[in-house]
Design a protein around this ligand. Structure first.
Ligand code: AMP
Length: 416
């Protein structure tokens, strides 16, 4: 027996039946995002490693532990993107999109890569829908984004979700918070896991990302960032919450919601689902008002979110519509050729057709059409070729008619 090659741990195949559901979710998502004036952008799957080191942040788990980084043949350090935001920021600066009059609202659907421990809802190649908006500082936009996320989930018939919101402050107010947080974390350092012990010095904010129970317990008594916000950040947060209420959106303030990425400023939010297990975040996002300048671009504030497609798809209800397709039954070479022409004609007219080329009896072809769930069967035998009139059978009603290609098309159209 020859050795089989398996898919890499943490990756999975989307097989045709499931792909229908993906297509449905992607189509609804695109429609909703475009209603809010977002335009699609596509950037490469790999980038210079320093883009993520600088953007996502040196102290994040993503950069420290989870990146797929490799050297190419020219010795450059490249990384498969672990998230999308730094790539979009880079692209906007590089292509000077901010000089154009178009609104800077972008969306993207595609794969991300993180060398994380695989489990339910957590993969090493996973897919995200990302949205990003640049240059709007009004918290009305932050609320509009949460409103859009909620509307999208409603359109996808996802229920049992909750909106968690927070503010992580800015360059001005965060340092005094970090100082107090660090000294509090110092006091309980011996109770923390080895990773979090390191984070006390490196970036104590990242202790909130830890999933280990003892660390979570310790973090419960840490100071809250919302008590340290400067006037500007506090106003922004209050107005964001007011606009959410204005939209009639329910939310919960979660002061420990710092999200595992270094660049966030002011607003952070998550949409969680009670139908998911431990990995319950469907959507996560926030503001990152400093990234564009840090990347050498213009001083443009920004906000975005990422939605995990694998997790979303696991909670989207979906019943596949039955495809209305026609199965071509043929017998012998002449009739096969006539069949090839007939399906070519029908496909050009928008009828989904399946012709198979294995030699089978009419009876076994009929039973195959039945098994595959064909709506129609078109039978072309020797006689039909001579007459140029084919037999069409409606599989649901059992009704059979005879006609030319054109007549057959008319019957199929009239019945749909
Ligand atoms: P993040 O980019 O970490 O803010 O995550 C945004 C969203 O992407 C999460 O809410 C999840 O839905 C999804 N996500 C993040 N990491 C993974 C992963 N390893 N596997 C599957 N989905 C993920």
């Amino acid at each position: 027996m020859k050795k089989q090659i398996s898919a890499i741990k943490g990756t999975k195949d989307v097989l045709p039946r499931e792909a229908r559901k993906w297509q449905h979710v992607e189509a609804v998502t695109k429609r909703v995002l475009e209603l809010y004036a977002y335009k699609e952008i596509r950037t490469p799957v790999f980038e210079a490693t320093e883009l993520f080191e600088k953007g996502t942040g040196q102290t994040t788990d993503i950069v420290i532990k989870e990146m797929y980084t490799f050297k190419d043949k020219a010795g450059r350090s490249l990384t498969l993107r672990p998230e999308y935001t730094p790539s979009v920021a880079r692209s906007i600066i590089e292509n000077r999109l901010y000089l154009q009059p178009d609104p800077l609202r972008f969306y993207y659907i595609g794969p991300m890569f993180r060398y994380d421990k695989p489990q339910k809802g957590r993969y090493r190649q996973f897919h995200q829908v990302d949205i990003e908006v640049f240059g709007e500082e009004d918290p009305a936009l932050d609320a509009e984004i949460v409103e859009m996320a909620n509307y999208l989930l409603r359109e996808l018939k996802v229920s049992a979700t909750e909106n968690l919101v927070n503010s992580v402050g800015c360059k001005k107010c965060r340092p005094s918070y970090i100082k107090d947080l660090r000294s509090r974390a110092e006091e309980v350092k011996r109770d923390l896991c080895p990773d979090c012990k390191r984070k006390v010095d490196l970036n104590p904010l990242r202790i909130f990302d830890c999933k280990i129970e003892t660390c979570r317990e310790a973090a419960k008594n840490f100071p809250r960032i919302t008590d340290y916000l400067c006037q500007e950040c506090e106003d922004h947060f209050n107005r964001f919450c007011e606009y959410l209420a204005f939209y009639g959106i329910k939310y919960k303030v979660e002061p420990r919601l710092v999200r595992g990425i270094d660049y966030y400023t002011k607003t952070t939010f998550e949409v969680v689902s009670s139908k998911l297990g431990a990995q319950n975040a469907l959507i996560g996002g926030g503001r990152y008002d400093d990234m564009m300048e840090d990347f050498g671009g213009p001083d443009l504030c920004a906000i975005g979110f990422a939605m995990g497609l694998e997790r979303l798809i696991s909670v989207v209800p979906f019943t596949e519509e039955k495809g209305e397709f026609l199965y071509l039954v043929h017998l012998g070479d002449e009739s096969k050729r006539a069949g090839m022409k007939a399906v070519q004609f029908l496909r050009r007219e928008g009828v989904e057709c399946l012709i198979e080329y294995k030699e089978r009896s009419i009876k076994s072809q009929m039973s195959r059409a039945n098994k595959l769930g064909a709506a129609w069967v078109l039978i072309i035998g020797e006689e039909e070729v001579k007459e140029k009139k084919y037999k069409l059978k409606n599989m649901a009603s059992g009704l059979q008619v005879e006609g030319t290609q054109g007549e057959i098309l008319k019957i199929i159209r009239e019945s749909s």
